[in-house]
Design a protein around this ligand. Structure first.
Ligand code: ATP
Ligand code: MG
Length: 392
């Protein structure tokens, strides 16, 4: 009899009328994520998701680690399986929970009895197993209110299961349950974190990178592809859009006053992102902007950047400290790649004295000499699309 995983979704969003919709998304996202690590059977009963390995090569601990990256689950637990007999269940609990039982002074047993033909009631089984656990571990006594450890028993159709101490899941909402958005993915520290945080709110993402070859090297592009791959366990499969940005930047340099370079460049990014959004059924644009971090992140600069588009701009990092952003980047595993020293297009042609308090009209005036539509269309026509996470 094989161990299994039990996954519990976050409670809040499962209460409403959309329960089935959310459960279906969770099921699909979990199945897709697990395909990357092995062959598993996934099922759902009474809002609990069950994962079983289908063959010996598929390791349940690998599945556990992968499942912890799927948004929408509050907890993930490995459970030991055994025969549906009260003594076998008690013996299993005594062996399987040895380390946990030795380290606590109070515990209780809770039973769920899915198989109604099982001869003991839930309370009887809890008391029976609780008694034997207390005998086996004299350091721990049964305590119904606020025990240090809760031992769970589940008697189901095929087997009985013993588990305790659920691990925290990824939290959030299932990706795809809250629509889609374009995310601007540079090679920096911030935008992988903003992408992660919006995916966590249940949003499917289309990452867009602006690439200024040869001012930025092939390695800068490879870095963004690596970042997208690191994000994919959380976001699910994505199609990364690499937008050729060199001509736009050269035209800005040729035609516009230097102090506006960055602001105008960011307005081009937004226009192109909005066009990609419209073609991919996306309802917002996500950026890693952070108030006051650089010259283009003052409120005036953000107003100028956002005024060229109609879609809302989501900036999940806007009020965070850099140290918190870095802590997030480390936790999700993107930090080490983000700090690789390849230049981003933002650092090409950086003005010596950037305008920090521009008016929208002033920036519009500064860029009015350019063929804006023509340049936007040319960049869109040259987009390279790279599929991330479609291998299985
Ligand atoms: P990051 O660490 O994400 O690069 P940053 O602090 O360096 O952010 P900026 O360079 O001003 O800030 O960029 C702000 C946001 O604009 C980024 O978080 C990202 O969402 C977007 N962005 C910047 N450069 C690019 C790029 N080359 N391609 C795609 N998006 C970009
Ligand atoms: Mg940057």
């Amino acid at each position: 009899m094989n161990d299994i995983l039990l996954l519990k979704p976050g409670e809040l969003f499962l209460k409403g009328l959309n329960k089935r919709f959310f459960e279906e998304k969770l099921m699909n996202n979990l199945r897709r994520r697990l395909k990357h690590v092995g062959r598993y059977e996934v099922s759902c009963r009474q809002s609990t998701f069950y994962v079983e390995a289908r063959d010996d090569e598929s390791d349940l601990d690998d599945a556990l680690e992968a499942a912890k990256q799927v948004f929408g689950f509050a907890t993930v637990t490995r459970a030991a399986a055994c025969e549906k007999d009260k003594d076998v269940i008690a013996q299993k609990a005594i062996e399987y929970l040895r380390d946990d039982m030795r380290s606590v002074s109070t515990f209780k047993v809770e039973t769920k009895r899915g198989d109604k033909r099982f001869p003991l009631t839930s309370i009887e089984l809890s008391q029976y197993v609780g008694g034997l656990l207390a005998e086996a571990y004299p350091n721990a006594r049964a305590e119904m209110h606020d025990p240090e450890l809760t031992v769970h028993l589940e008697v189901r159709e095929m087997a009985a299961y013993v588990h305790a101490k659920p691990q925290p899941g990824a939290g959030g909402m299932p990706v795809g349950s809250n629509g889609s958005a374009v995310t601007l993915l540079s090679g920096g520290i911030d935008s992988p974190v903003s992408t992660y945080l919006i995916a966590k709110r249940g949003v499917r993402l289309v990452p867009v990178h602006f690439f200024s070859f040869p001012y930025t090297s092939e390695l800068a592009k490879e870095k963004v592809i690596s970042l997208a791959k690191l994000l994919e366990p959380y976001t699910g499969r994505m199609t990364l859009q690499i937008v050729p940005f060199t001509h736009i930047q050269e035209e800005i340099r040729r035609l516009c006053p230097e102090e506006y370079f960055t602001l105008i460049m960011r307005r081009f990014m937004m226009r192109i992102a909005e066009d990609i959004a419209k073609h991919n059924d996306c309802k917002a644009i996500v950026t890693g902007e952070n108030l006051g971090q650089v010259a283009s992140q003052t409120m005036e600069a953000m107003a100028s950047t956002q005024s060229v588009i109609d879609l809302p701009v989501l900036q999940p990092l806007v009020g965070m400290d850099k140290t918190d952003i870095i802590a997030h980047a480390r936790k999700i595993g993107t930090f080490e790649t983000s700090i690789l020293p390849y230049e981003d297009c933002c650092t090409v042609f950086t003005p010596r004295h950037p305008k920090t308090r521009p008016t929208v009209a002033e920036v519009a005036e500064a860029e009015s000499v350019m063929d804006i539509d023509g340049l936007v269309q040319e960049a869109i026509a040259g987009i390279e699309r790279i599929k991330i996470g479609y291998e299985c």
